[in-house]
Design a protein around this ligand. Structure first.
Ligand code: LLP
Length: 396
């Protein structure tokens, strides 16, 4: 089933997330090919989308998992990611989560000294040794939205340079943590790929040398995620520019034979395969503009309200029946908040009540950030390789 097949189903119960598994497969194949060519391993960041079908498709292609909660670690293990390829990151790991991750056999991306000591303590209680990477704050500007940039000095993430001597001394003194590498993550939706990732690699080269000069052997180099996607034209660019990303890393990162390089893509793997499918409830003619009111709201996809994010809106019914005429609309959701707006001044095919529309590029940070605000029901997931779609019993 393709997105454009959806209007042919009768009595569709919307909104729902639609995932085009063919796009996901092609994305994963592109990534796997580049990984094999460059020796750069990818850990998928589960926070972008945690649908089990999607996780199983990703683990089947040999990727590792980057997790930010104990439940993500457990889910990754359940969905086939091998335990030695599961990483557990995040600034606020609870004792319960640390225990779960140690039992699974995941490695940790550690963000502070008290956390490092706590992991050592819990590992000693369980008679285990935890593999740890230290997350360093590289103080790099990722040229992205301020709410999704994470590598600047004033951020809550990672160790700043001023803390290096102390953390190195502490790592050496602890017996239940085993230092394995250095981790960066500088931000998300990075579109200045060459420029920003070159800077990141150069900074990583400095930090690795500094740590090794102080007697810690850096086996893993983890550059985090962040590769951006084309929200404006998902049909022209359904697959993110992994080639530019991996080529930049290959060119600027200094690495030895005994070192492995990792990245942690989330958005770039799952974003373009997902759309939020919705029904037009009303077309309302205002004084100066016309509104298309749809049944999907900010509770289903919060990115526009939270980050002013752009998601393309396609009238899929009009695409399917070949309607050519266009009009300009503000497309809005049903939630009682003025920020529940999908887009202002959007040019769409002339739109009618009952049309099916798709909010595109919604596979990443869409369903995972949904809420039940206004007592709405969470939008279910529909997969292109499974013909079943949610339907309703007609009321009349
Ligand atoms: N690794 C770490 C440590 C991260 O914090 C993140 C994302 C990733 C990897 C994956 O980054 P990606 O490849 O997806 O850019 N909710 C926001 C994005 C938040 C990203 C948080 N960290 C959005 O909807 O744009």
């Amino acid at each position: 089933m393709k997105l454009t097949d959806i209007p042919s189903y009768k009595n569709l119960s919307t909104p729902f997330y639609f995932y085009d598994m063919d796009i996901l497969d092609r994305t994963l194949d592109t990534l796997a090919e580049l990984s094999a060519k460059t020796g750069i391993h990818a850990h998928y960041a589960l926070k972008a989308n945690n649908e089990k079908c999607i996780l199983r498709a990703i683990s089947a292609k040999g990727l590792g998992a980057d997790c930010v909660s104990g439940n993500e670690v457990l889910l990754a293990a359940e969905c086939g990611f091998p335990s030695d390829r599961i990483l557990f990151a995040g600034v606020g790991k609870t004792d319960r989560e640390i225990v779960d991750a140690l039992n699974v056999g995941a490695a940790f991306n550690v963000e502070s000294l008290p956390e490092l000591k706590n992991i050592d303590y819990i590992a000693s209680k369980l008679g285990k040794v935890a593999d740890v990477q230290l997350r360093i704050n590289p103080n790099i500007d990722a040229h992205t939205h301020k709410k999704i940039t994470t590598g600047l000095d004033e951020n809550k993430f990672g160790f700043p340079e001023a803390a290096f001597d102390e953390v190195i001394a502490v790592v050496k003194s602890l017996s239940n943590v085993n230092f394995i590498g250095i981790h960066f993550h500088i931000g998300s939706q990075i579109t200045d790929v060459e420029e920003v990732f070159q800077l990141e690699c150069e900074r990583m080269n400095e930090i690795v040398s500094l740590f090794e000069a102080k007697g810690l052997v850096v086996r893993n180099i983890d550059l985090g995620g962040g590769l951006g996607v084309d929200y404006n034209d998902p049909d022209r660019n359904p697959i993110a520019d992994f080639n530019a990303w991996f080529t930049t890393i290959d060119k600027y990162l200094v690495r030895r034979q005994d070192q492995t390089v990792h990245v942690e893509p989330g958005r770039s793997i799952v974003c373009q395969c997902g759309s939020l499918v919705s029904t037009v409830l009303y077309v309302k003619n205002g004084q100066n503009k016309d509104f298309v009111i749809i049944d999907a709201g900010m509770n289903d996809l919060i990115r526009p309200a939270l980050y002013d994010a752009y998601h393309r809106v396609d009238n899929v019914s009009a695409m399917a029946d070949g309607r050519k005429e266009t009009a300009t609309y503000d497309v809005v959701g049903p939630v009682c908040e003025s920020s529940d707006v999908w887009g202002e001044g959007r040019v769409l095919a002339t739109t009618r009540r009952g049309d099916i529309v798709a909010l595109r590029s919604a596979g990443a940070y869409g369903s995972v950030m949904a809420s039940q605000y206004n007592c709405k029901v969470l939008a279910p997931a529909v997969f292109s390789d499974d013909e079943s779609v949610p339907t309703y019993e007609p009321l009349f």
